[in-house]
Design a protein around this ligand. Sequence first.
Ligand SMILES: Cc1cc2nc3c(=O)[nH]c(=O)nc-3n(C[C@H](O)[C@H](O)[C@H](O)COP(=O)(O)OP(=O)(O)OC[C@H]3O[C@@H](n4cnc5c(N)ncnc54)[C@H](O)[C@@H]3O)c2cc1C
Length: 458
Amino acid sequence: MVQAADLKNELRIHIVGAGMGGMGCALALAKQGFTNLHVWESAREIGEVGAGINITPNLSRILDQWGVLDIARSEAVALDGASVLNCAKDEVLTSVDFQYIEKEFGYPFYVVHRSALQKSLVTGATRSGVVKLHLGHLVTDWDFENSRFRVKERATESSKERLDNGATGGASLAEGKWIEADIILAADGVKSKARTAMLARIGEADHVEDTGQAAYRIIVKRSMINEDPELLPFFTGSHSYRWIGEKRHIIAYPIASHDLFNMSSAHPDRRFVEADTWTASGSKQEMLDMFSDFCPRVQKLLKLVPEGDVLEWKLRVHAPLSHWVDGNTALVGDACHPTLPHLAQGAAQAVEDAAVLGVVLGKIKSKDDIHRALMVYQALRKPRADWAVLTAAANGKGLHLSSGEAQEKRDAAFKAAKKEGGENPDKAIDQTTQRILYAHDCAKDADERFDELFKAVV
Ligand SMILES: Cc1cc2nc3c(=O)[nH]c(=O)nc-3n(C[C@H](O)[C@H](O)[C@H](O)COP(=O)(O)OP(=O)(O)OC[C@H]3O[C@@H](n4cnc5c(N)ncnc54)[C@H](O)[C@@H]3O)c2cc1C
């Protein structure tokens, strides 16, 4: 019988993707005492990509348990509340006070630049000394049967030069190499190839619904507003604003220690945007035309965005998958539950996956337990993550109603929620929804339910 410590040193754990889910897994497993940990990432560097991201209490709790919350919140803004406004009239439909969040769940509602959250996970993982990060490596093929994948090193300028000169090294770059693993965690994001390959093995395909919507994400720097008194409160305050209208909305809040005002939208996809990556560029003029009937404050902000800094991507809803696990490989994060941004849970749900994987894999006693432990992970996480995906999609629809009876009813509900604290039509700020999301301690839950589920799963 292998001793627990030997097993943790012996198991070859390979993680694909160094996003929130992947780096979260690396950190969670390092905290559990695993020492043979590899992360494969196609990007050549972990840069400052992205914009605003939400650190809700369910995510803060995990970061705190891992000792990295302070890194993420060093540049965070703790929101004092959120308002939903009519897009044309700039009239507040509802306003919610977030002070209750810290009292009830132990952490405020933080917003940060994505890079701050990523930095906290990467620093925690690398500080452990046991995580080997392989940047510039693209995983191209999956072999679930034999618990392995093929990875190719992305050619750098200097390696291309070496190839052109006929020097050695070219063969391995072109063909890649197979990595054999005891456990594979595929955290390769919204466009996951692991997901496609896993579904194909049982004759299934990813069911994707085109929402007909795309999203812009833009950032206004405080230095751009020339201390304009109309715009200054957006930066100095700690408030989130969602301007809503027919088929469109813009959500905005300050990030990066109040230096940046982060704005992201949802709107009809007129250009049939192809990319569902976060880095595809959009047209500033088209963006201004799209929101030309929005109130003057919003338009002022949009006009400040430099040409070339408008990013646009496609919003798609992925139906819940039938399974997340094949043999000793499990999908993680957006790879298995890509979530529309309307509930502010993409990163939080990916990191919850990682925390739960840490707990369940930390309990295995032999290699034979791996598959069942991954099935426990699926049993613990899938219902909650699938619910978040569907709730986010429904929220988008509810926010974009055209004028008519349904919209009047919704706006009356917004007003009632403001006065009486009733159900809020914007589920991202609805207290019942927030309680389901924020009160959950996923690591504790996994710890408590592991034995019972381990016996039950096949
Ligand atoms: C560049 C970028 C910018 C983003 N910006 C924002 C933002 O501003 N606001 C926001 O709310 N959310 C943003 N997101 C999404 C958000 O980070 C994720 O939805 C969420 O955190 C879930 O994390 P994840 O680890 O599942 O996926 P991701 O964070 O998307 O990470 C997936 C990782 O896998 C890597 N990868 C993919 N395929 C392969 C492959 N074949 N081989 C090796 N590596 C691979 C990708 O390069 C990426 O680093 C962004 C994601 C990315 C990749």
